[in-house]
Design a protein around this ligand. Structure first.
Ligand SMILES: [Zn+2]
Length: 299
């Protein structure tokens, strides 16, 4: 079956991305502090099974299990020398799970520290690290690169440059995590406004921009934020992947309690605001995504 490119398909219809990978890995026995990316090689059946449950829930787009996949993030687990192998396996497992029935995003998360001058890592060093990760993801067969949960626009821009250096034709998505200030403005953790954050990503060459996760945002907040993202994005498409409502602390654990019905209602409002890809972040399960994908297919 000949599949459209992600951008061509988006011109035709809105698409549903998947939900939280971490939650599903923990449900299958990953212990906190362990390296979830190792499962791409040691337990590919579990990782592929998670991708399949999202695909079967109606998700058009699947995200690789490679969020902490730069050499900087893998250092914590002593796995720097397995960076290429772990990322390539993340892509291979996701591609095998969805076949030609969907698009695979190569997931690139924050490297985990600050760029110079706040930190010790230069933009050149970070771009080299991103490129190593992204080459491996491309080698494993992804359709686009997702630079996500960004706080620092400088880091996001390096991510776009790295992806375009690996393959100038590869679509790149930049997604920031926002919080709401006391005065009701949305800002990244680094204090960047929506228009600055989006503007810098688009200027760097991002094809799709948006938001995921965030700090204590309500479902209404995500809808408000979506309107601002669509305005700031101009010609670029917009993706929003909310958490399953605001986090609550129960017995010392952070939990997300929005129901599939609430997420479905929010999905409709996000589409109405002009969002073109809706998925889920923390706390979103295949049940949430099944309800959300039904709304997206009916849109
Ligand atoms: Zn999240």
């Amino acid at each position: 079956m000949q599949r459209n490119t992600l951008l061509d398909e988006l011109a035709l219809r809105p698409l549903c991305c998947d939900g939280a990978m971490g939650t599903q890995l923990f449900a299958r026995g990953l212990t906190s502090g362990a390296c979830g990316m190792l499962w791409n090689i040691e337990r590919p059946g579990d990782v592929g099974g998670i991708h399949l449950t999202f695909r079967d829930a109606g998700c058009d787009i699947i995200t690789t299990n490679s969020f902490r996949g730069t050499r900087f993030a893998l250092e914590v687990h002593g796995m720097v020398n397995r960076c290429v192998e772990l990322n390539r396996a993340a892509a291979t497992v996701a591609r095998a799970a969805v076949g030609d029935h969907g698009w695979v995003l190569g997931d690139v998360g924050p490297f985990g520290d600050f760029l110079e001058p706040l930190g010790d890592v230069s933009a050149e060093e970070l771009q080299a690290a991103f490129q190593t990760q992204i080459y491996a993801l491309l080698d494993g067969g992804v359709d686009a690169i997702l630079v996500e949960t960004m706080s620092d626009p400088a880091e996001a821009v390096v991510g776009v440059h790295a992806a375009k250096a690996c393959d100038p034709a590869m679509p790149v998505i930049v997604s920031y995590a926002y919080q709401k200030t006391g005065s009701g403005e949305f800002r990244t953790m680094m204090g960047t406004s929506v228009s600055d954050a989006v503007g810098r990503a688009v200027a760097a060459g991002a094809d799709i921009v948006g938001a995921n996760c965030g700090t204590a945002l309500s479902l209404d907040d995500y809808v408000d934020l979506a309107g601002q993202l669509v305005t700031a994005a101009g010609h670029a498409r917009v993706i929003v992947q909310p958490n399953a409502g605001s986090p609550q602390i129960e017995n010392g654990l952070t939990v997300y309690r929005a129901t599939p019905e609430e997420m479905a209602a929010t999905t409709l409002r996000l589409l109405d605001a002009g969002v073109r890809i809706v998925g889920g972040c923390c706390g979103t399960t295949p049940a949430h995504l099944a309800a959300m994908s039904r709304v997206i297919r009916g849109a």
